[in-house]
Ligand binder design. Sequence first.
Ligand SMILES: [Zn+2]
Ligand SMILES: [Zn+2]
Length: 225
Amino acid sequence: MKCSCCQQEIIRNLTFKELLFTFLIKKQRCDFCQKKFTKIPTTACPTCSKPGWQTQCDECKQWQMLYPNYEFCHQALFCYDEAFKEWIYQYKFLGDFRLKATFSSEIQAYFSKRKEWIIVAVPLSKERFLKRGFNQVEAFLQAANVKTQHLLEKKVDSTPQSEKNRQERLAAPQVFRATQEISMVKNKKVVLVDDVYTTGRTLFHAAEILQNYQPKEIQTFSLAR
Ligand SMILES: [Zn+2]
Ligand SMILES: [Zn+2]
């Protein structure tokens, strides 16, 4: 079996169950790649997972003022540190599609508690999708067997968020629009998923569209913060 991150062979004995039912063999990381990433610590902002905060962080307080009717709740799995930046560079920017399964077990654990929820991946513009060849968020969700709904579209291929500074990001205009299927969110719980939470701008824009269709609750999720 290969490590879902560095792709090196992992040597371990399979359990009797795994030998009988090979589909039970889960994608996993080798010991080195397991230790490489830092989980979000317990001292993190309760509404956005920003590490190093005991209570709500200043960024969230600003968002709360901008969106007084949206009770946001974001959960991230890992810290956006050097190891994660290296991983996302290889996966998203160099297009190493094999890395889609790197965090499958953690993703499954999170979504197994949200069986009845509607899951929406932040979409790419058509242009970006054609350039990259895959939506990196859809791909890691699919690799973890998480079924998504296409309720949002990205309007234009704006400058990628990663090339803007914080002020430019926050001032960016709405980039999403609803698809025809969006009315299904009425009175339902929805999880919006992105790869990284940086300023929150992308997820707040996406949530803003969904909110117009009266979901019961919106939570957001990202691999890193
Ligand atoms: Zn590895
Ligand atoms: Zn926060």
